[in-house]
Design a protein around this ligand. Structure first.
Ligand code: SF4
Length: 329
């Protein structure tokens, strides 16, 4: 964990929205339907900072990542990188952005092409950029492998020859070759054995200290996010429902959904006796987004007001923000 910088954010999401227009539903009179996947998402990541984006599957986390990586386009709002509108970048500016923002995906078994050698996999971003001669590509690949604790003898080997933890190290090395400023870590350890997870997270922490990168850590595991992030953003059905400095959120989870996420995690040891309160009900579909507070069908504290009026995200003086009618700011 690092100390957040008070200067301009490296990455900013401003009022980000993603809507899909679907064809008419059977027996419906409406010609089309609009489905909201993301709604007014605001988020900032400073230099050398880790921001954790947490929520259940289907909450909009991966859509957010895809928009940041320009694999998808927002319907409204902006992504700013060092103050520049990413949606307007093209040519050399877009190349530079792609170099600076690199992803590490969840599953090192499917994200690495089994037919390519480690040298080709790790060197691919350098080759695609077209900016590096062969000798420099090799030097950078070796440097990236060393950074993640792998040696030169890995170059000619193939993904199936490595364990899950080593494969994720290879995926991280590939992301490092272009010396990015921001890594988008989409569930980077959830496909790994528990014994390996700490090793990979420690490696990411060490690399961040050394290379002063920023991280967006996307995870459904609030416990993991609280251990490593400087700030936490809790997402529910495409909106941020709680956000703020990690210490503040770990000390006082104000939103009922954040509390349910904490309470539903399994104890660290099977012998640990702790009441586990799973979250009631299923995450609603964006096709049938509830009116009012999106969490109200699952919230034990819901009132009539919650069913008709969406709570705004309001922050206290310390920057801890909550979208809940029951939270006094
Ligand atoms: Fe629950 Fe109402 Fe708060 Fe939504 S606004 S989280 S329904 S208490």
């Amino acid at each position: 964990m690092t100390t957040a910088s008070p200067t301009r954010p490296l990455l900013e999401l401003k009022g980000l929205g993603r809507h899909l227009t679907l064809a008419r539903a059977p027996f419906s009179r409406e010609a089309t339907r609009t489905v909201s996947i993301l709604d007014n998402v605001n988020l900032a990541i400073a230099e050398n900072e880790t921001v954790g984006l947490v929520g259940e599957s289907g909450s909009g986390k991966t859509t957010t990542a895809r928009i940041i990586l320009r694999l998808d386009s927002p319907s409204s709002g902006q992504v700013l990188f060092s103050g520049e509108d990413v949606g307007r970048l093209d040519g050399r500016a877009l190349k530079s952005y792609r170099r600076n923002v690199q992803p590490v995906f969840q599953d090192p078994y499917s994200s690495l092409n089994p037919r390519l050698s480690v040298a080709t996999i790790v060197g691919e971003p350098l080759f695609v950029s077209g900016e590096f001669a062969k000798a420099e590509r090799r030097a950078r690949v070796l440097q990236a492998l060393n950074a993640v604790g792998l040696q030169a003898d890995a170059l000619g080997r193939y993904p199936h020859e490595f364990s899950g933890g080593q494969r994720q190290r290879i995926a991280i090395a590939r992301a490092l070759t272009l010396q990015p400023r921001l890594l988008i870590l989409d569930e980077p350890v959830s496909a790994l054995d528990i014994s390996i997870r700490a090793q990979v997270m420690n490696l990411l922490d060490e690399l961040q200290q050394r290379m002063r990168m920023s991280y967006l850590l996307i995870s459904h595991d609030l416990d993991l996010v609280v251990r490593v992030a400087d700030r936490v953003e809790v997402m529910y059905l495409g909106t941020i429902v709680e956000s703020g400095p990690t210490r503040s959120i770990a000390k006082e989870r104000r939103h009922p959904y954040t509390r349910a996420l904490f309470d539903s995690k399994l104890p660290a040891h099977p012998r640990e006796r702790r009441a586990i309160a799973p979250i009631e009900g299923e995450l609603a579909s964006p096709l049938n987004r509830p009116r009012g507070c999106p969490f109200h069908p699952r919230c034990a504290m819901a009132t009539e007001r919650c069913r008709v009026e969406a709570p705004p995200l309001r922050a206290d003086a310390a920057g801890h923000a909550t979208a809940c009618h029951m939270v006094e700011i």
